[in-house]
Design a protein around this ligand. Sequence first.
Ligand code: SF4
Ligand code: SF4
Length: 138
Amino acid sequence: MFYKTGKLRFECTGCGDCCRGNPAQYYIYASSRELGKIQRFLDISEAWFRRRYLVRLDTSSFGIRMMPAGHCSFLDGSGKCRIYSVRPVQCRTYPWWPEIVETRAGWRNEAKRCEGINQGVVVPLKKITAELKKSTED
Ligand code: SF4
Ligand code: SF4
C-alpha cells in the first residue's frame, strides 16, 4: 500500500476544489443517516430537502447534488461549506480514501485536483490509517 511508505504530505489550503465537479459525473456520497442529520440541521421538510439538494441514485438511495455551475449544493459563494458541522464522512475524510492513497498513481492523480496534496508536513501513518477506517465505515 502506497500510504504505508509514511511519506504522504498534505495541508489543506481551503481552496474548495474538492467540493467542485461536473454534475453529470459527480455527486457527494452520504448515508441515509447522514442525510437525515443534514435535513434536520437545515430544518426543512424531507420533500423540499430531496428536491432542492439531492440526486436520486436508485430506488432507495440519494446523494448530494452538484449544481449545474459545477459545485456542491452546499458550497457557498465564498467557498465555504454551509453544512460544515454535519458534512458527510466522505467530506471529512478526504483525501484519505482507499482509491487515492493505496497507489502512487492514485495519489499523484488526485494531486491534480487538490492543491493541498504534497504540501505541508508528513501526515503520521496513524492518522491516515484512522481516517481511512472512518472513510469506509458508514
Ligand atoms: S481541494 Fe484539497 S486543498 Fe482544496 S479545499 Fe479540498 S482538501 Fe483542501
Ligand atoms: S457537503 Fe460541504 S464539504 Fe462536502 S462537498 Fe459539499 S460543500 Fe464540500
